[in-house]
Design a protein around this ligand. Structure first.
Ligand SMILES: Cc1cc2nc3c(=O)[nH]c(=O)nc-3n(C[C@H](O)[C@H](O)[C@H](O)COP(=O)(O)OP(=O)(O)OC[C@H]3O[C@@H](n4cnc5c(N)ncnc54)[C@H](O)[C@@H]3O)c2cc1C
Length: 465
């Protein structure tokens, strides 16, 4: 697409086509409207359309295409690489479309694409149901789902995308299309991990599962002298875990709100997604026996509270850079890297999470979805975030350093949702590496069918040719 200068009649023309607000650099709320979660992404769109309804989607796509303008699509604005915004182009912001409708009998949930995880959990919790989503409640359901969606129910019920029943979207030519297992099945396949490449989603329908209102969950906390023992225990413990137990192990310098001091700590966090509490307790006892924690906070918590428990650690407007890798081993070589790098983090903000996988996630056959890697035991997300631009180089170097140290152990694939931008530009990693050659070729074929002109390219882009 060639970029053209925005003509002065553009905002009026756009306003005449949509019912939502159109915010331009001339408006007082422009800076608030253009801000995304990662404040390193400082882009100035020509206009931001705040869709007031699904009917605003097609005219916005049409306007951007007619004028030859780049189009960014935004849900929750959490994408760390900043793909939900663009300079000099149009941002289609769906953040006001947040309706969530639960069908308790069918155990399905229809979610408009501007909803956050908080909207989804708030709507399902009164029915003691949950959709497997991510761990920070302000994250957008759209970007999360289209990339995959990992969280506290991944081993129990798979990725967020694994629980899609239907996706309603508007394609590049303005057509409403529904994708299900039987209707447009190749598109449906691509929407399980292939990102925002194929159209603008208006709504997702998910399967939901009985859960709560309280769950057995918590954190076992280890000071530095016990890290090796904790990693060894995790290696052994996770080999025989039932699906209902999902753990995420974090190494970070704790924020003051946790009251854990200022030195880096290792936290084994878990959620037991089963009503058989005694069985969950027995499993946690076994972990305690393998590696007694220095401190712990374990018990029955409200699912909704648990889902927003770490929100304050990830505020909007921080500076951020992330990378990820999958691996199979927690042997001495890998643990050496995790312990050495973990101890280097003496500042609050940056940390890394090791998601234990397998379970329902691991049993989904690789070719059933576009998600790049199902067989690895672990997926690591190293997340840097900080407040001062003077720290950019150091923090980015830490994230890249840990990622590079783990390269020799990587089992392949990249999780698009845990990728940051390369700091100097809008460059993201080669999609052949991200998705693997076979899935990449299949994604290209779907892209060619639904977006041959690559209108939706501000993402981890699948080129149509
Ligand atoms: C604090 C924080 C915590 C996170 N925790 C988790 C976690 O627990 N698990 C996990 O898996 N991920 C997590 N993530 C990563 C998250 O999944 C991605 O950043 C995701 O892209 C965010 O989606 P969004 O809608 O908020 O982002 P946006 O920036 O709004 O959108 C990201 C991209 O998604 C696409 N998109 C958005 N809306 C639409 C739409 N309606 N139609 C088509 N395409 C669309 C576009 O390509 C867009 O560029 C977290 C991110 C942050 C910042």
């Amino acid at each position: 697409m060639t970029r053209t200068t925005v003509r002065s009649d553009a905002p009026d023309d756009l306003r005449s086509r949509v019912s939502g607000a159109v915010v331009t650099p001339a408006d007082v709320d422009f800076d608030a409207a253009r801000a995304v979660w990662n404040s390193m992404i400082d882009r100035r769109p020509a206009a931001i359309v705040r869709a007031a309804g699904v009917e605003d989607i097609a005219p916005t796509i049409g306007f951007a295409r007619e004028r030859g303008l780049d189009l960014a699509v935004r849900g929750g604005g959490h994408n760390v690489a900043g793909s939900g915004t663009v300079s000099d182009g149009i941002v289609l912001d769906l953040g006001e479309l947040t309706e969530v409708t639960v069908d308790p009998a069918a155990r399905t949930v229809r979610v408009q694409s501007g909803a956050t995880l908080a909207h989804v959990d708030a709507a399902t919790a009164p029915h003691d149901l949950a959709v497997p989503v991510g761990v920070v409640s302000g994250t957008g359901i759209a970007g999360l789902t289209l990339g995959g969606g990992m969280g506290w129910l991944t081993r129990a019920y798979g990725l967020t995308a694994d629980n899609l029943v239907a996706v309603d979207l508007v394609t590049a030519d303005g057509r409403p299309v529904t994708a299900t297992e039987t209707e447009n099945p190749e598109l449906f396949w691509a929407l399980h991990g292939g990102g925002g490449n194929f159209g603008v989603v208006s709504a997702f329908t998910f399967r939901a599962y009985p859960l709560g209102p309280r769950v057995f969950a918590g954190n076992l906390v280890y000071g530095q002298e016990r890290w090796r023992q904790a990693w060894a225990a995790l290696d052994e413990w996770t080999r025989e875990l039932p699906d209902a137990m999902t753990t995420i192990t974090s190494t970070l310098t704790p924020p003051p709100l946790l009251g854990l001091g200022e030195a880096p700590v290792l936290l084994i966090g878990f959620v037991w997604a089963s009503p058989d509490r005694a069985a969950g307790e027995a499993l946690v006892d076994r972990l305690r026996a393998l590696a007694p924690p220095d401190v712990e906070e374990v018990g029955d918590v409200s699912w909704v509270e648990w889902q927003s428990a770490v929100d304050a650690m990830f505020p909007r407007g921080v500076r951020a850079y992330w990378r990820n890798t999958s691996f199979d081993r927690l042997d001495d070589e890998v643990v050496d890297v995790l312990v050495r790098r973990g101890a280097e983090q003496t500042w609050y903000g940056t940390g890394f999470d090791v998601h234990h996988l397998g379970g329902a996630f691991g049993r989904v056959p690789q070719d059933t979805t576009a998600f790049p890697q199902r067989s690895a035991r672990f997926w690591l997300n190293v997340y840097g975030f900080w407040g001062d631009a003077a720290d950019d180089d150091d923090r980015v170097a830490f994230v890249r350093g840990l990622s590079a140290d783990l390269d020799p152990f990587a089992t392949g694939g990249q999780y698009v949702n845990f990728q940051g931008q390369e700091v100097t530009g809008h460059r993201v990693q080669d999609p052949r590496v991200v998705f693997g050659e076979r899935a990449f070729e299949r994604l290209v074929a779907v892209k060619r069918q639904y977006d041959p002109d690559n209108v939706f390219r501000l993402n981890h882009n699948i080129p149509p040719r």
